[in-house]
Design a protein around this ligand. Sequence first.
Ligand code: Z57
Length: 806
Amino acid sequence: MDKIEFKQTFIERLAELYAMEVSDATPIELYQTLGSIVSTTYTKQWSKSWQDYRDTKQKQVYYFSIEFLPGKMLKSNLLNMGWLEIVEEALSELGIKLDDLIEIEPDMALGNGGLGRLASCFMDSIASQSLPGNGNGIRYRYGLFKQRFVDGHQVELPDEWLPKGNIWEVRKDSKAVDVHFGGSVHLEEHHGRLKPVYHGGYTVRAVPYDTGMVGYKNGTVNTMRLWDVAIPAEEEEHYRSIEDRRMVEELTSVLYPDDSNEAGRKLRLSQEYFFVSAGVQSILRYYKNLHLPLEQISRYIAIHINDTHPAMCIAEFMRLLVDQENLKWEKAWRLTLQVMSYTNHTIMAEALEKWSIEMMQDVCPRIYQIIEEIDRRFVEEMSTFHNQGLIQRTRIIQDGQIHMAHLAILGSHSTNGVAKIHSDLLKNVILNDFYVLYPSRFNNKTNGIAQRRWSQLANPAMTKVLNQTIGDSWHRTPTDLHLLMNFTEDDEVLEQLAAAKLENKKRLAAYIKEHKGIEVSPEAIFDVQIKRLHAYKRQLMNLMHILKLYFELKNDPKRDIHPRVFIFGAKAAPSYHYAKAIIKAINETANLINHDPDIQDKIKVVFLENYNVSLAEKIIPAAEVSEQISLATKEASGTSNMKLMLNGALTIATLDGANIEIREAVGEENIVTFGLTEKEVYRYYQEQNYRSLEWYHNDPVIQRILNAFIDGTIPNIVNEGKQIFDSLIQYHDEFFVLRDFADYCRAQEIINQLYQDSRRWNQISLINIANAGIFSADNTVERYAEDIWQIRPNPSSQLGGAAQHD
Ligand code: Z57
């Protein structure tokens, strides 16, 4: 489609939809019109992709995730269709700013943070690599809450994203399946086999809403299928009371707002079984329509379990094969192992899912029976070869609880971590017992990001410089960013990249002014920490360093530091009081510092509200310092570290998660690391000799800072300040904040020094961009495809699978 054609189509479509002319239409109508053109265009390719997969019986992967976090899709779809520039120009000739229409779309926020965003980055890359892959999840009516600050406190507002109209989804009533909950099950003998007989309980209908996942200029459009719940027409009489109906509606009503923390609620377990059962049933129905032998299903189908939330896939698949398809247990189990694979995303104990037997019996009694049988056979089989201790530690059911990670590992052929250090910790420490039993199941797949969204889409200024300097092969082959390494001494390129950064900083400064009323200088260092608020991520340590600078400037207003703006974006789980206390403390400190004339604008603190994908797209291109300061071993991978690096920020990092691989990629001179190492952290655990109180007593700087939390220096945080102080002293500073603090300050001073030499700084920035290509999710999903899923690019995609040229 060329510009003239597009303008014609746009005018016609607007007339068809609204009987209007451009000059009369509101931005919403213009947005709907553009969205309609985009979706009707890719729909042809969508059904073509789908038919290709079916007709040629290609193996497909189904990525089961309880969260997806795509953000806005209009610009991404335009980019991937290759339409972005033409549409931008054409609209502007019609007097319309594309950016204004983009703002209309609500963020699709069906996820909390890293886990959900990773799933969406993978959806983009799977389609962009012409891989046959589908998402499977829940269509929550309310996405992650909207965050507001009231007197510095986080307040949560519901995220009603659907009434605004979701133009990308297609409801498919004909593909609905029924899911049974509750009641009881007993087994009866039937022709020599035990068959389940269900009593009571209730059946709900799962109705899919499909969304096209548009690949990058390759004609591939895959499907993200999200399930909504409905009351089946023929079951109406079972749901007569309002209470019963409400119970059903509740199933897909809200996303649990806890990241890396398990609530252990019955509704959550019901949500898990709902999307697992609906997804697995629809996969099996599809497979049976291919008329292939069930014994060969693993040649055609792979199911991926994203964290343990969908781990019941294993039991549900067994249920369908054994109860419905009459396969023998042993055969069904062999197929299940071949089909299933699992990714672990955390070693934090509080995030590892366990369900009580009673609750699971209550929600899905047949699934419980099957898990019990898997567990029984495991114990029986292992008893001849292994010691009881090992068996008891690895079995699924222990002390009345079902360990979902154990189910996921024992019921799949692959378990992977999400960064080298994380996968090694799984093998050698956290899951070592399982590694001893099944060493070949364990592997690493370092996370990756949707490169094009986090460069071309979010950062057009930098993109322009890169295109002029190294061409545009990096759009499809992100590792071609390495061509930039030829320009480390090229002053013109260094200046141009710096100019692009300055432009982005000015835009962010305007956003900050508009939304917070805070004036920040674009000449200051933009220092960014954007991620969920969690104690292990140590936003508190960042705040303590800010306070240190503040006190130094108060003592000596002439102290020469380069002006810095500390930017935070973070939501806290509504029930996570400690995290909320830290939000309050940051907000009050911001108030204190930003209004103190003694500081002369040398430091500013900005906590932007409602951090989400769209806000990330505004912050990241403007960032110069990337705060990745979790306690070593705690952050499985991190992904904002990759996004910020790609946009030329210098990372200040602990040796945790993917930070380690970033250091390997850029070299030690182009990253600033500090803090305890993995080995040192584990030594402290072993010797149990960390005394945070001693670090407080022996360090007057730490004393002055911690006292500020309880002596009124930071105003209005009487309770929060005490809670924070106590966490560090009385409760022994679980995440070694005091232990790492001095080294963190040393690292921050290095950054301050480096910034004085702008050429050196610009070189570091360039080197970070140049080496970010390996963190493209394109590469990551390619490794999953080859090593775990055994799927290949669709040979009839517009790129013919492997040959990839624009
Ligand atoms: C979540 O966002 C992550 C792990 C979890 O177990 C849950 Br629940 C939610 C995050 C990790 O904390 C990050 O380190 C990682 O980069 C991300 O998952 C994607 O793997």
